[in-house]
Design a protein around this ligand. Structure first.
Ligand SMILES: C[S@@+](CC[C@H](N)C(=O)[O-])C[C@H]1O[C@@H](n2cnc3c(N)ncnc32)[C@H](O)[C@@H]1O
Length: 203
């Protein structure tokens, strides 16, 4: 499919989408916020006064919700892109795959983490299989980071795509966490290969 045809289809979808309209009304920067809200409602992942990392945070709707819901928490977000300031959230502009970024995050907390959420995704190329593989690699790295940095009763949530890396991520999750669930939030677009993995309690 041609690039301008893809962006026209995307714009039309955005205009029809109730979550896009709702996010504008409620002051969130992206419709993505409803996926995190739905995950939180079902799995009760966000508590007050905890250490939280938000991976792939731009434009910032997940961080907005984390900051709102978890007022006394210490929150750090990272993205390749800049993010406008969010209350109580420290944003790092950088590549999460770069070890130096991970060291900055670890040093910032001076202790272990309670919650790592990742909505990281590569820029879509139009080739859904290729996009799924690249985003899967981000999810694998986010899980490896979480296993090293989470407290025993910590929680890891990540976007994953149906595709060749799906089984590897789920298997790795089951090997390293006591509870592993896969969930497609109602606000996740039906035609997207996206789902989320929720892992709790390190083995
Ligand atoms: C779907 S968006 C995240 C939306 C965000 N959760 C929100 O609620 O506003 C995916 C983000 O992942 C980021 N990303 C992709 N690869 C990354 C990497 N290697 N390091 C950091 N961020 C990355 C992209 O820049 C993009 O902003």
């Amino acid at each position: 499919m041609k690039k301008n045809k893809i962006s026209k289809d995307w714009l039309n979808k955005q205009r029809r989408d109730i979550y896009v309209r709702k996010s504008k009304l409620e002051g969130y920067r992206s419709r993505a916020v409803y996926k995190l809200k739905e995950i939180d409602k079902k799995f009760n992942i966000i508590k007050n006064g905890i250490n939280i990392v938000d991976l792939g945070s731009a434009p910032g709707s997940w961080s907005q919700y984390l900051s709102e819901k978890s007022k006394n928490s210490k929150i750090m977000s990272i993205d390749l892109k800049e993010v406008d300031k969010i209350y109580n959230t420290n944003h790092l502009i950088g590549d999460f795959l770069d070890e130096r970024s991970q060291t900055i995050i670890i040093n910032f907390f001076k202790g272990k983490l309670d919650l790592v959420v990742s909505d990281m995704a590569v820029n879509t190329t139009g080739n859904k299989n290729l996009d799924a593989i690249s985003t899967g690699e981000l999810s694998i790295s986010a899980m490896e980071f979480s296993i090293k940095t989470l407290k025993k009763n910590g929680c890891f949530v990540s976007k994953i795509f149906m595709g060749s890396t799906f089984n590897e991520i789920v298997q790795n999750g089951k090997k390293n966490f006591k509870e592993v669930k896969i969930f497609k939030p109602p606000s996740s677009r039906k035609d997207s290969k996206e789902s989320f993995i929720i892992c709790k309690n390190i083995r």
